[in-house]
Design a protein around this ligand. Structure first.
Ligand SMILES: O=P(O)(O)OC[C@H]1O[C@H](O[C@H]2O[C@H](CO)[C@@H](O)[C@H](O)[C@H]2O)[C@H](O)[C@@H](O)[C@@H]1O
Ligand SMILES: [Mg+2]
Length: 269
């Protein structure tokens, strides 16, 4: 084991954080582990707009190494669409749960998409999209099955956006939709799926089935996955803040990347 393994703080005590050498607990078990990783704010630094994210040097090598060492049991678990995920990580294509559980792909074969949510009702999407006109700087992200209103460049518009979404929802009390708040983003999605439902489904398929999941995420939507990790004897880590029910947390995406590189370096099997 590498003696310089990275320490992360546990959630036990806010005031006097205990440090734990994470690889000591995990490295010997990569052959039994499924590595599940959120993207924005976890693997990659947050940027002013969704298109500006970039994959830092070395991450592709680390992820591909972990794919090999886990016999393929590494997946990205993201709010982004599968299409977007592939553009960001091109030419790599990893197994992935996309759109907060709306889509799932088990392997790099594009034909192997195991599930896909139905498209959002056109009229509903049209009404929601019109909210972007409330202020310059509000960006629309259309994922087909859901719509995200980004206001990182127009933070003053937050209340107006949520109020407008509420009015539309009040007109459609029976529509199977829900509002998912994220980091400077308000996403309106089908209520029938979550990141947790996607991860549960993923974990029933080879090569994930029977492995111990290790999930790292940073946002509200990731809390659904933190909550189900104990059911699978899994491990949960948050990024940037202490989240409820996690085993530990990282300060930043660069710490996560360093941890993953150490996992690979330290694995001897
Ligand atoms: O589940 P994730 O992989 O973390 O994806 C969550 C959302 O990430 C993207 O938006 C966020 O990141 C952008 C780039 O850093 C940032 O500009 C934006 O403010 C963030 O909300 C993505 O655009 C969304 O579709 C994802 O749901
Ligand atoms: Mg995230």
């Amino acid at each position: 084991m590498n003696s310089e393994v990275m320490d992360i703080r546990t959630m036990e005590d806010d005031e006097t954080p205990e440090t734990v050498p994470v690889p000591q607990a995990l490295v010997p078990h990569l052959s039994e582990t499924a590595i599940l990783l959120d993207i924005d704010g976890t693997l990659l630094e947050l940027m002013p707009t969704p298109r500006e994210v970039w994959v830092p040097p070395g991450l592709s090598k680390t992820l591909n190494g972990l794919v090999e060492r886990t016999s393929g049991a590494l997946a990205l678990v993201s709010g982004r669409s599968l299409n977007d995920i592939d553009l960001i990580f091109a030419p790599d294509q990893f197994p992935a749960v996309g759109g907060h559980g709306a889509e799932m792909r088990l392997d790099a074969d594009a034909e192997a998409v195991a599930s896909h949510a139905p498209p959002m009702d056109k009229e509903l999407k049209r009404r929601l999209a019109a909210i972007a006109k409330l202020s310059p700087g509000i960006l629309l992200e259309d994922k087909g099955y859901s719509l995200a209103l980004h206001y990182r460049l127009a933070p003053h518009a937050e209340k107006a956006i949520y109020a407008a979404v509420s009015l539309i929802r009040a007109d459609l009390p029976n529509a199977p939709i829900e509002v998912l708040p994220g980091k400077f983003v308000c996403e309106i999605k089908h209520s029938g799926f979550t990141k947790a439902s996607g991860v549960r489904e993923l974990m029933t398929h080879e090569p994930f089935r029977g492995r111990r999941p290790l999930f790292i995420g940073d946002d509200v939507t990731d809390e659904t996955v933190f909550a189900i990790m104990p059911d699978m004897n899994g491990l949960a880590f948050s990024v940037g803040r202490r989240a409820r029910g996690v085993n530990g947390h990282f300060d930043s995406p660069s710490d996560v990347r360093e941890f993953l590189a150490h996992l690979l370096d330290g694995d001897t099997r």
